[in-house]
Ligand binder design. Sequence first.
Ligand code: PEP
Ligand code: CO
Length: 479
Amino acid sequence: MIMERHLASVETTESWTPSSWKHKPAVQQPTYRDKPALERALAELRLLPPLVTSWEVLALKRKLADAAAGRCFLLQGGDCAESFGDCISPIIANRLKVLLQMSLVLMHGLRLPVVRVGRFAGQYAKPRSADMETRGNITLPSYRGDIVNASAFTAAAREPDPQRLIEAHSKSALTMNFVRALIDGGFADLRHPEYWDLAWVEHAPLQSEYQRMAQSIADSMHFVETLADEPARADARVGFYTSHEALLLDYEAALTRQVPQHWGWFNLSTHFPWIGMRTAQLDGAHVEYCCGIRNPIGLKLGPEVKPEQLLRLLDVLDPDNEPGRITVITRMGAAKIESELPRHLHALKAEGRRVLWCCDPMHGNGETTPNGVKTRRFENIRAELETAFDIHAACGTRLGGVHLELTGENVTECLGGARNLTEADLARAYKSTVDPRLNYEQSLEIAMLIVRKHGASIAAGPSPGHHARQPQRAMLIPV
Ligand code: PEP
Ligand code: CO
């Protein structure tokens, strides 16, 4: 079956160019009124330097293949949407700190390296349920993320502005530059996890448990250094990769390049683009675009998709069943995961598909409070994640990663968690202009929960082909 489909997909790739998506229906794209201004901005973007390199992209692909095989665990997280205004040092550093702390908890508990992927340095475009928004008797284009327009409800703010494409590239570059500099400067050094403490965190319920793990890792590092009689060098530094939804195809195509070192085309605006749930049509422009790039691709999977549709998407996006190429990010919702996920797992397993399974317990669990506030309940997020582990264990497949919306700011956007945030708390520090994010404590709690569940699912019996737990030393080899 794969062979027949493979032949069909070869035709697709042979006619592929970075702009062949223009011959397919492209949903979720803004309408720019000033076409010459758009062309000028895209011409400028095509000349600007890339944000990542092809060898980083390929290195991440290998790590995702490792995660699929159970040799490491993927932690992907960040804002629902970055905003230009949030491209400031404390927000970038705090987000990095939370992800570092979570990864430390995961390394310690899972005894596995963790591959860290931020939803940042380019997560500026948002899909919307309607093209237009009406308030009272005024109708304006919907806000589509800072790369397109501004969120204020005025005609000027909502007009798609091509110059924002250039600004998104600059802000992504500034974010990347700061993240890389922090990491190179020792900020992410495992011997000094105290650098990652968040200034505002006081008396956090999980802090002391976290501090104990951090100290134990730092002690292990010092111990190994003492034995080796030399510093742990690069091993002590952790790496970071970037990801964003490949939504605004003009932007993605302008950053799609060929490089002297490797064959083929790379999206060099990010290491790891993903296809959102609303744009995963088999004959659509987004799938066509992603077919031709060599980056690893994330594919969101919601409850409406049938296993046969998923298989056909994989035939087109990954005709060679290449390790690390596809990460299926399931986002079923706590209420539907039990009925929807197993058949996908069985279908892909039956076809020998080697995808990395990742759980996004955020996007299927949105709700609106009686006061009209968009929120998510921690208990639903937790339930979806725990159920995902159970379902994978029962199907003999492996959950190799998690995809979260979180921030290092002290926000109150999701209900529940260790401090049991209530609807009244939401008013206190709700900052997201799009989806509600986990705050620091809730994020750390999720990391601890993953450790508990992952351990339990291994204890329940390894799935076929499962690798034995890594030796203790594995936690000292960050990726
Ligand atoms: C998102 O990740 O912010 C998003 C919109 O997700 P999905 O495509 O799964 O709805
Ligand atoms: Co979101």
